[in-house]
Write a protein that binds this ligand. Structure first.
Ligand SMILES: Cc1ncc(COP(=O)(O)O)c(C=O)c1O
Length: 390
């Protein structure tokens, strides 16, 4: 068989060597602390599961949905008003099967082959895949430690800004866990307006933000819906990762173009999932906040525990990830991950999988309770991996 050259744009699965080694060790009876994948371990609220289960018993709900129900769209409008103070109209909202899928398709909505796209580095991998799928060329703006893990649009050369079609901004960030200020958002919106760049804000962690900071919507800023839109995922706030629910919200022309592309391949979100999404957005705010406090306790247990054993890991400010510089004795994040798994039984993700500036780091997902995080630190200490000489 011959496959498209498009597939050659994507490298081999980064996790394959890690997974292979893990399977070998599991066959020998080893068990692991798995902090590699950002899928929440919290139980999805009963009201959400019940909404889905009840709707699934109605045979009418097994037909093609064809569109987002009015009830779903009205719930998004209500949620944005109450939660973020943002007033929306129905034509500003389109659902998708998770931000992952939406971001995977956004390049095809906005770009022709060879166009330039501004992406953060390090970044969540689908940002890169979405650009490549469209045949666009990523231009990475530096969000490394040098820039305090934040965008610095002043560093983007004029000629790159002139030709860029869209830019992805994502805060709180994955994998770095950095958060934005109001001033930063205004600066990036002004930059996008000046160079006529579509700004896509990926807002996956609006409810996972620490130390008294509050997450919000980028649409609360003047001019935001003139320059772009934001992906609003229900995955992390409401533990809905498997149900695949997100929305692209913002500029009506962009939303119409996004719907046009997706309507070629999609017959609408399963109606029981739409019902679950409505129930999710009605979750009591106190529950979402309590969950965020638990994430913060996990972060504190992991970062403080590692600091105590001599690994100086900074606390992330938001998101469910801790971004840790690998010990000096290592130069390659994959080698370090393999060693950490072998010697300490802790699985994490190599920084090299998050784009060009991810090397030299690993990412831990906060998906185990605080007491397990303390065990993780002890396991790392006992492995002796931190005192290895280069
Ligand atoms: C920054 C970011 N965007 C999007 C996603 C995926 O969200 P969804 O589950 O809506 O596809 C994730 C998941 O980890 C993420 O970290």
């Amino acid at each position: 068989m011959q496959f498209s050259t498009r597939l050659d744009r994507f490298g081999d699965e980064v996790f394959s060597s890690l997974n292979e080694r893990r399977r070998e060790l599991e066959k020998q009876g080893r068990t692991f602390y798995d902090l590699s994948i950002g899928t929440p371990d919290f139980v999805t609220d009963e009201a959400i599961r019940k909404a889905l289960a009840d709707a699934a018993m109605d045979p009418q709900n097994w037909k093609y949905a064809l569109r987002d129900s009015d009830e779903l769209i009205n719930e998004v409008i209500r949620y944005y008003k109450e939660r973020f103070g943002v007033t929306l109209r129905a034509e500003q909202i389109a659902s998708c099967y998770g931000s992952q899928e939406g971001i995977g398709h956004i390049g095809m909505v906005l770009c022709n082959e060879g166009d330039t796209v501004l992406l953060p580095s390090p970044c969540y991998p689908v940002f890169i895949a979405g650009a490549k799928m469209a045949g666009a060329e990523p231009w990475y703006y530096d969000m490394s430690e040098r820039n305090h893990f934040l965008p610095n649009v002043g560093e983007i050369p004029e000629e790159v800004a002139q030709r860029a079609k869209y830019m992805i901004l994502s805060l709180p960030s994955n994998p770095m866990g950095s958060i934005g200020t109001e001033e930063l958002y205004r600066e990036v919106i002004d930059f996008a307006r000046k160079y006529d760049i579509v700004l896509i804000h990926d807002n996956a962690y609006s409810d996972i933000i620490y130390d008294g900071n509050e997450g919000g919507s980028f649409l609360r800023f003047d001019g935001a819906d003139e320059v772009g839109a934001e992906f609003f995922s229900l995955s992390k706030s409401f533990n809905l990762t498997g149900a695949r629910v997100s929305f692209l919200i913002g500029n009506p022309e962009l939303i119409a173009a996004f719907k046009k592309l997706r309507s070629q391949i999609d017959f609408g979100m399963f109606l029981p999932v739409q019902k679950a999404a409505i129930a999710a957005m009605r979750t009591e705010r106190a529950k979402v906040k309590a969950q965020c406090a638990e994430y913060q306790a996990r972060r504190d247990a992991l970062c403080e525990g590692m600091q105590e054993i001599g690994w100086n890991i900074e606390k992330n400010k938001g998101s469910m990830f801790v971004w840790a510089k690998i010990p000096d004795a290592y130069s390659d994040s994959m080698t370090f991950c393999l060693d950490l798994m072998d010697r300490a039984g802790v699985v994490c993700t190599p920084g090299s999988s998050f784009g060009p500036l991810g090397e030299g780091y690993v990412r831990f997902a906060l998906v185990l309770p605080a007491e397990k995080m303390r065990e993780v630190c002890q396991a790392v200490k006992q492995s002796g991996i931190l005192s290895r000489k280069g």
